[in-house]
Design a protein around this ligand. Structure first.
Ligand SMILES: [Zn+2]
Length: 157
């Protein structure tokens, strides 16, 4: 009887950990945030000069050459919305201008597969700090399940 219960517990733990894994955000190879749940993956990354780069990856997170995609972003900064246009380079898209000052605002990244395609929108909450736990940029933190409130937020309040 005892061993049967134990078996049930093991099975339950297995299921729980698999579910946990699925909810955990994928860590972007550059240290940015992976926006997508399925390949081709798109990574949002803020450079030191606050310009945004978007890099595409295949299933195994190998960088894909910039192809036909069209990328743009809208920074919903406290001072007003700012639209960023992107230039393709060989392996990524780089914004022509930097993110507006401040942080704690949403950046909506729009990706079109081709120029005429309908855009897909991805929202990123931009924080210009480093997470103390995973040492990644706060907006790309992989500590919590996606969508969960972050500890950093609570500390600030
Ligand atoms: Zn973290």
């Amino acid at each position: 009887m005892k061993s049967l219960r134990r078996l049930a517990l093991v099975a339950f733990t297995l299921v729980a950990s698999t579910a946990g894994l699925a909810a955990k955000p994928v860590a972007g190879p550059k240290g940015g945030k992976i926006l997508t749940t399925e390949a081709p993956h798109a990574e949002f990354f803020v450079e030191k000069d606050r310009k945004v780069t978007v890099t595409f990856y295949d299933k195994g997170l190998k960088p894909l050459p910039s192809a036909t995609q069209v990328v743009s972003a809208i920074a919903e900064a406290k001072g007003g919305k700012v639209t960023l246009a992107f230039d393709p380079s060989d392996t990524r898209f780089v914004s022509k201008t930097a993110l507006p000052p401040g942080d704690g605002y949403t950046v909506v990244v729009q990706i079109r597969e081709t120029a005429g395609a309908r855009p897909k929108n991805y929202r990123v909450l931009f924080h210009d700090e480093t997470c103390g736990e995973c040492k990644r940029a706060e907006y790309a933190c992989v500590c919590d399940d996606a969508g969960g409130e972050h500890k950093h937020e609570e500390k600030k309040k």
